[in-house]
Design a protein around this ligand. Structure first.
Ligand code: ATP
Length: 594
């Protein structure tokens, strides 16, 4: 369960800078919208700071001097209302442009991540749980979207506080210092909040990833869970991690209930009391105090500190955003990409000659799975690779298909290094049929055509060739029948027939069958064998099969044992040799399989 392992959740300033740079790199195309949003933010904040001044001036110039007339009052009220409405529109434009720009930015990011996934080596997908890969592109980018809102809150809070500070200083310098005196307190609060929230949010994230891991494990292995009566155990284990998550979330609420708005409200009220107390003291000492200024400062006490509460709240999202963004960065920087052709590689028509010389290969860089492999297939020949489970048969195919890179030995196609052929050349002319066939969401046409440029007629011919035509036609909607993703509505054998059809239709120069007929009944298999005879006339065939009856006629059979070729030759030669092949064949004869 690699997704529950401890992950980096705190970052140095330098790392934070790098992560922010990474995030901003996706926002470049949206710069104009972000700038527009910031301009709107500045205007909205200026209006917020100016509105109390209108009331203050009305009170001090007209009300306290008893010179207010209906006309003046209406004028002031009208101006106030218009500016209020203007601010509303500006805030709308600000929020809209910012959200739009951040949605586009995150969509850019999702595209980049998805694009990168297409370039990664199969090794990455073998090592990374499915749920984690999906999370990178969906959950993490959603968190990053929230993260952009943090910027909005921070900018907003900062610009707002600056504007109000300017307005306050223009009204009363001494009173403004009362507000300023509380700024260090706010910084201490932010510091304490960040310290505590980092720990609490880290626990919360860890608990959540355990919940996700349990969930994805149990949904993927549900048939096993039910078969082995593990439902109760899984329920108990899920309850446990779910409880852990609940406790972590409760701790977060407790912390926020104390440290977020209540703390800010307390500061607000203290400042308000001090402001009123200072004004009262000035009045009592006989100084003249403008009532309008008292009004302005009491209303500023709320609008100055309130957005700071919002900033505190977003600190936790900031942490989450950093974690998500750092994972995205790591994925984009992952160098474990699929094998690349040489720089001078060309598209070329392949004849079908394959040579493998002194090939060694290891998946983990330590243990060789293939050792000193030599193999040769001439155009139009059929060779077979046999051997016990785990002997390395599929690994040879993985290298031939360029799913993994090898570093010792040589694989050549038509006597040229396979890396001198483009990937498109190799993959379009070497067809591979494996035992596990994946079906895509769509109908039979879609699944056989796989976006290739083939007519319906050609699709049907390919299906007839493999015998899939019989069962497809018997379905209610024939070739237009809907296939669910993964092909759960089809039997394993039916999926294999479709898989063979989708390979055959591409008319490959080299056809590789890796246990391709393992799930197919004997009658259909014989039918396919006959069809393959036809292919032998046009293509080179490499067959991996446990059932030796299917490969008896091969031009050459390679017997693999623990990654080495230990025997090779015709069926009759290998029988005569009385070695491993002979033993395997004898055993299958006794079982009636050959
Ligand atoms: N993706 C992988 N990562 C690491 N090791 C792997 C991977 N795939 C296969 N192996 C290991 O490589 C060895 C050869 O596996 P391979 O699949 O080539 O055997 P095989 O002869 O095709 O077996 P089978 O007949 O069961 O299909 C095995 O020990 C296997 O555990």
């Amino acid at each position: 369960m690699s997704n529950t392992k401890q992950r980096k959740t705190s970052f140095s300033l330098k790392e934070q800078r790098n992560i922010l740079r990474y995030l901003f790199s996706f926002a470049k195309s949206e710069t104009k919208w972000f700038i527009l949003s910031i301009v709107m933010m500045v205007i909205a904040s200026a209006l917020s700071a100016y509105l109390p001044i209108i009331i203050q001036q009305y009170i001090d110039e007209y009300l306290s001097t008893s010179s207010a007339t209906i006309q003046i009052t209406l004028q002031v009220a009208g101006t106030y209302l218009v500016l209020l409405l203007l601010r509303m529109v500006i805030v709308y434009v600000k929020d809209y442009t910012f959200k739009l720009a951040s949605e586009h930015t995150v969509a850019n990011m999702r595209n980049n991540l998805y694009h990168k996934l297409g370039k990664l080596s199969l090794d990455y997908f073998n090592k990374t749980p499915n749920g984690e890969v999906v999370s990178r592109v969906t959950n993490d980018t959603e968190t990053i979207k929230e993260f952009w809102n943090v910027f909005l809150t921070f900018f907003d809070g900062f610009i707002n506080a600056t504007m109000i500070a300017v307005a306050m200083f223009s009204l009363s310098v001494s009173m403004s210092w009362v507000f300023m005196a509380f700024i260090p307190v706010i910084f201490i609060l932010i510091y304490v909040y960040q310290k505590i929230s980092t720990v609490i949010y880290r626990r919360m994230r860890q608990a959540l990833s355990k919940v996700n891991a349990r969930l994805s494990e149990s949904t993927m292995g549900m048939w096993l869970i039910q078969q082995f009566n593990q439902t109760q155990r899984m329920k108990e284990e899920f309850d446990e991690v779910n409880q852990e998550y609940l406790v972590a979330r409760t701790n977060m609420f407790k912390m926020n209930a104390v440290l977020l708005m209540p703390a800010i409200n307390l500061i607000e009220q203290i400042v308000l009391v001090i402001v009123i107390w200072i004004f009262a003291a000035q009045l009592l000492s006989g100084s003249v105090v403008d009532i309008g200024i008292i009004y302005a400062f009491t209303s500023y006490s709320k609008s100055f500190f309130h957005p700071i509460g919002g900033m505190l709240d977003s600190l936790s999202i900031y942490q989450d955003g950093l974690v998500s963004a750092s994972r995205g960065m790591a994925l984009l920087a992952n160098e474990n990409t699929e094998p690349q052709p040489n720089a001078n590689a060309v598209d070329s028509l392949i004849d079908g000659q394959i040579n493998i010389d002194d090939l060694y290969f290891s998946y983990d860089g330590k243990n060789d799975v293939l050792k000193d492999i030599d193999l040769e297939v001439s155009p139009g020949e059929m060779i077979a690779i046999v051997g016990h489970t785990g002997s390395g048969k599929s690994t040879i195919i993985n290298l031939l298909m360029r799913f993994y890179e090898y570093h010792q030995g040589l694989i050549s196609v038509d006597k040229e290094d396979i890396r001198d052929h483009t990937k498109r050349s190799v993959r379009s002319q070497i067809g591979l049929v494996q035992q596990d066939a994946f079906m895509f969401y769509g109908d039979f046409y879609d699944n056989i055509r796989l976006h290739g440029n083939y007519s319906d007629e050609e699709v049907r011919e390919a299906a007839e060739f493999t015998g899939a035509d019989h069962f497809i036609k018997s379905m209610e909607d024939g070739y237009r029948s809907h296939i669910s993703e993964g092909g759960s509505s089809l039997s394993a054998g039916q999926k294999q027939l479709i898989n063979i059809a989708r390979t055959i239709i591409r008319n490959p120069r080299i056809l590789i069958l890796d246990e391709a007929t393992a799930n197919i009944d004997t009658e259909t298999e014989q039918y396919i064998q006959q069809s393959l005879e036809k292919i032998r006339e046009q293509a080179t065939l490499i067959v991996i099969a446990h059932r030796l009856s299917t490969i008896k006629d091969a031009d050459k059979i390679y017997v693999l044992h623990k990654g080495r070729v230990i025997e090779q030759g015709h069926h009759d030669e290998l029988i005569e040799l009385e070695g491993t092949y002979y033993d395997m064949y004898r055993l299958q004869s006794l079982q009636g399989k050959v």
